[in-house]
Design a protein around this ligand. Sequence first.
Ligand code: SAM
Length: 262
Amino acid sequence: MTSRVKPKRTIANRIHSIAGRLLPDRYRFRVARAYHGFRGSPCVDRPAYDTHSFGNDAEMSSISQMFAKLKGVPGFFNIDDCAHFSLILRTQTALRITGDILEIGSYFGRSTALLAAGLADGEKLVICDAFEADTPDVYIERPSPEQLLSTIRRINPDIENERLEIHVCLSHQLRLDPAKRFRFVHIDGDHSEDGALKDIQMVHQHLLPGGVIAIDDYKHPRWPGVTQAANRFLHETPDVSILADLNRHGESGQKLYLCKKH
Ligand SMILES: C[S@@+](CC[C@H](N)C(=O)[O-])C[C@H]1O[C@@H](n2cnc3c(N)ncnc32)[C@H](O)[C@@H]1O
C-alpha cells in the first residue's frame, strides 16, 4: 500500500462537511451532488461516506440510529457497512453461533464501536491496531488506545471493561491464545498483499464454522494487494466460501465477506 492520506481540507470539502452537520438529510443529498460536480469525479475522497438519507417520512431504524452516532467518528465505515455487519452479527446470534469478535485496524473506532454493539452475552471484542506506531500507510491523525476506548464507551455506555481486549501492536506481532475462537473478524489494517494475506491466514486458524471474515478495500483500485491476497487465500483454502461481495456507498472498493463452512 502506498499511502492513505485524509482528503485535503479544500473549500469544497469544508462546505460539504459543514453542510453534512447542519442540514436536514433531504438537503444533504443535493449538497453531496453539487460537491461531486465540483470535485469532477463521483468517487474521489468518499464524498458520500457519511450520508444516510432516506425518504422524508422514513422513521430511523435502530441501525440508522447507530450510524448517526458513528458518523462523527473519524474513519471509513459507512452506512452500508453498518447495515451489513449488523445483519451478519445478528443472524449469527439468532443461529447461536457464539464466539469472540476481532478487528485488525480500528483507527478511531468507527467500525469498532459497531462491533462492540454486536457482542452477545459472554463474548469479547479483541482489537489490534498500530495506534501511534508507524505503518507503511500514512495517516495525518493517529488515535491513542484511550481515545479508541472512550469512543467505544460513548457509543456503548454499558460495555464492561473485561469485554474489550486491546492489542497495541502490528498485526504480525499479535499473539493470540491458540484456543481463541472468533465468529466475526474485520480485516482493515495492512493493505499490502503479503500483510493482508498473513492477516487473513492467521485469523482463519481461529475462525469458527459459520464464522465470517470481512475484508476491507477488496477490488479497490488503490490497494490491489488486498484483492490479490483475498483471491490467493480463496484459491488455497477450500473450507471458506464467499458469503457476499458488496459495494459501499460512495466508495470505489468493496467489502468481501468470507464464511467458514460447517
Ligand atoms: C483504514 S484504518 C481502519 C479504519 C476503521 N476500520 C474504520 O472503518 O473506520 C487502518 C488502521 O489500521 C492500522 N494499521 C495499519 N497497518 C497495520 C498493521 N500492520 N497492524 C496493525 N494495525 C495496522 C492503522 O494504524 C489504522 O489505524
